[in-house]
Each structure stands twice: as C-alpha cells, then as structure tokens.
Design a protein around this ligand. Structure first.
Ligand code: EPZ
Length: 415
C-alpha cells in the first residue's frame, strides 16, 4: 500500500504554482458533451477524478486526447447515453454528466451515485429540476433511467446545490426556451462553467449570483477554455504553511476566491499579502484561536477547506470551534488527528478544537479527499515521523502534492 512518509517540523519556504480546479474541470468535461465539435480545455489538473471523467466520455463515444494540461474532446459522434456502474463508482460526482447527456441525447441511464465518505449524497434536487424541465425519470434498484425532450422553465432550488446548479445549466443549454435558476450556487466554479459555455456559443448569464438565466436551444460550436485555479488546493497550501511555519508564495489561484480562509488565518496570527500576482503567507508561530468557523455555501467559508484548516488549528493556543453546515459527516479526519495528539471533541455538526503545543507523528489513514489533506497538513507541523496511507483519496483532488511540498522544503516522500 502506498503511503506518504513525512518528517515533520520543517519550515516551508518558496513558491508553489496552483493548477486548474478539480471542481471546475469536472463539470466542464461533462459540458463538452453538448458540443458537436471540438472542445480544447487548458490548465486541466492531472487527477484520478479527471481520468475517470475521460473514461466516461470515451465510453459515451467521444474522442479525448490529453497533452500535458490540455484536454481535447471531440463529441461530434456520441454513441450512447448510458454510464455503466463500474464507471459511476469510480467517481461519485459523475452525476454531473446527467444533464449534459440527457440534453444532447434525449436519454440518460446511470446507476445512482453511491454515498461517499462524506455521508449520503442525495440528488433529489437534480432530479426534481430535470423533471420540471420535462424529463421522465425512473428510479429503480439503484439505477436512473431518464428520457424526454427538455423545455426551459423557472426553477428554484431548495438549497444552493453546486452539482444541481451545474446539471440544470447544462440541461438548459440543450432545452428549448429560457431557464432561470433561482437560489443557484454562487461558487467560482459555476462562473467558470458559464464562461466555458459562453465561449462555445451558449447564452448564459448571472453565474456568481443567485439567479442564472439560460437561453437554450442554440447548437454549440467548437471553442477553447482555460480552467480557473483550484482555490481549495490553494487553501490547503495556506493551511500547510500555517501548520509548519514558513513563508510561501502561492500563484495561479484568485485570492478573491479564498478570502474567508485567508482572513481566518490572518486572525490566527499569520501574515498574508494578496494581489493579482498571488497570495503570500508568512507564519512564525503556532496559530492562535479564532472566532467560530462555520462552513457555508460560497461566498461563505468553504466546506472543502474545513479539514485542512482544522489540522492547522490543532497545534496552537486557545480553542477554535468549527461548525460543518454542508455535509453530514465531514469529521472523519478527527479520529486520525487525535492519534497525532490533537485535542478535538465532535458533537454533531460542531467540532471543538483545543490547540495543543505540539502534535507528534503517527501512522494515520486518509478517510476522504480533504480529510487526507488535513492529515498531511498536521504531519508537516508535527514532531517526528508520520506515515499516511489511503492515498487514493488524496490522488482524487491533489496533483503532485508531495513533489510540491518537497520543493518548499518539506521532508516528504511517497513510498
Ligand atoms: C460540490 O459537491 C463539490 N464537488 C464538493 O467538493 C463540495 O464540497 C460541494 O460542492 C459543496 O461546495 C464537485 O464540485 C465535484 P452540493 P456537490 O450539491 O455538488 C445536499 C471536494 O472535496 N444536496 O452543493 O455534491 C448535499 O447532500 C468535493 O472537492 C441535497 O440534499 O455538493 C450536501 O449536504 C467534496 N440534494 C449539500 O446539499 C441534492 O440534490 C451540498 O451539496 C444535492 C445536494
């Protein structure tokens, strides 16, 4: 079993370049299905979730080429509209293909995306919206069978679901007429999806706000797009520097996309300077406790940054309270952090983190993507050696994490 071996206590110094956002490239790869031509996408990260998406596109009949961080998809000839269970299981978020396949093909078949490490991942909002647009959807035995011509309409989401917003946007591009999405998710990745669609001839507006309008029915044509930087990967490097100490310059991500994370670390005693050139963080002492960190839909504190930031605050002074409002069980990294000497108590959605002067290295196992990143953050600031297994979780969302950290002076290698 592969593992990260980390010798903690080394300060991080230098610069790290952030690559394209996982949560942007995945819906955009799904969106290429709507283009009966060629889509050229730049700044794509090299992640197992991207590999899984490419496998799904090829299964559906697309031709896909990867050349460095550029992925070219030719979706001129789609062959089928079903995604087999083995491909659905490789990537939980493959439900994001539903709207695009249904919009392009008039049919879509896939197994229910299973739950994942974060708890149940319902898709009721996705299905309700597609039904409102005219889709007939049968749900039986863990499978979804959808068919029908889609018509634009007004949709209000009970909660600003990122995936549901993206699925509706893609279905609406193919639907005849106008679709409005009220209470839409406002994440930067939604705006990036809109920019992709506009570059390929779609008529979409409002992304980034709570109301998105799509004039559907026009065919899309070939185009190019560059994926935005990954704000959660950037937040992870901020947390790593806060935990290990040091001075790091992060380029390639928009500092405005992670202002809640930066301000929380500044409140904890880090020195942060942000500009269009990048984000610089300096940390010379363990973090001081900050006001409660409550995760929320964008522009609130991102749930994906909760675990890495908790790991940084585990070594420090005072008590910091986290409230996880987005996912049901997103504290599975706490038990593993406790093995490293962290003092954290979980009560439902609340985690009470009592900072300790020093964490110690331990053998720990990643429980999910961001939980795994949290263990690495903690190990970098811990005294002694840590072994982190379960790297398949981390490989879903982080490219060359150990190489980049070694470049910053960390003692880490992959066994
Ligand atoms: C996206 O997941 C991201 N994944 C997640 O990142 C991220 O944590 C999440 O948005 C929130 O920001 C991708 O973009 C691929 P949601 P998604 O629909 O779309 C409930 C990572 O670490 N819900 O906004 O699945 C749901 O259970 C991953 O990179 C329903 O109840 O998130 C959750 O509690 C993890 N019914 C909440 O909404 C639905 O139909 C937010 O889910 C849909 C969602």
């Amino acid at each position: 079993m592969s593992a990260f071996i980390v010798e903690g206590g080394k300060r991080l110094e230098g610069q790290v370049q952030i690559y394209g956002a996982k949560n942007s490239v995945l819906p955009i790869l799904a969106a290429t299905i709507l283009v009966p031509g060629t889509s050229v996408i730049h700044n794509c990260p090299d992640l197992s979730d991207v590999t899984a998406s490419i496998e799904i596109l090829r299964h559906l009949g697309c031709m896909v080429q990867q050349d460095g961080d550029t992925i070219t998809v030719d979706a001129t000839h789609m062959l089928r509209c079903d995604i087999p269970d083995r491909l659905m299981r490789q990537m939980r978020s493959s439900v994001i293909f539903l709207g695009a396949v249904l919009g392009r093909m008039g049919c879509a078949e896939m197994s229910f995306p299973g739950g994942c490490e974060l708890g149940p991942r319902p898709v009721d909002l996705h299905l309700a919206a597609l039904r409102t647009m005219g889709a007939r959807i049968d749900e039986d035995g863990g499978g979804l069978r959808c068919e029908g011509e889609l018509t634009g309409c007004d949709i209000t989401l009970a909660m600003p679901s990122v995936g549901a917003t993206e699925n509706i946007m893609l279905a609406a591009v193919a639907a005849e007429g106008t679709t409005t999405i009220t209470n839409a998710a406002r994440e930067p990745e939604i705006l990036d999806l809109q920019q992709f669609l506009l570059a390929f001839g779609a008529n979409v507006s409002g992304a980034g706000s709570s109301v998105i309008t799509i004039e559907g029915g026009q065919p899309l044509s070939s185009g190019e797009h560059r994926i935005i930087g990954d704000r959660i990967v950037a937040a992870t490097y901020l947390a790593a520097t806060a935990a290990a100490g040091g001075k790091v310059e992060i380029t390639g991500a928009d500092y405005r996309h992670l202002s809640t994370v930066s301000s929380c670390l500044a409140e904890g005693g880090c020195i942060l300077r942000s500009s269009d050139a990048g984000i610089q963080i300096e940390s010379n002492r363990p973090l001081a406790a900050v006001r409660p960190i409550r995760t929320a839909p964008y522009p609130g504190f991102p749930t994906d940054a909760q675990a890495p930031l908790m790991a940084a605050f585990a070594r420090g002074t005072g008590t910091t309270v986290f409230v996880e409002n987005i996912f049901e069980s997103r504290y599975r990294h706490v038990d593993e952090l406790t093995r490293m000497g962290a003092d954290i108590k979980v009560e439902g959605r609340v985690a009470i983190v009592c900072g300790v002067p020093q964490l110690h290295g331990a053998a720990v196992q990643a429980t999910d993507l961001r939980g795994g990143a949290a263990l690495l953050v903690a190990a970098l600031g811990a005294k002694g050696s840590s072994e982190i297994t379960g790297l398949h979780h981390i490989d879903r969302g982080y490219q060359n994490l150990d190489g980049a950290l070694r470049g910053l002076g960390a003692s880490i290698w992959r066994r």
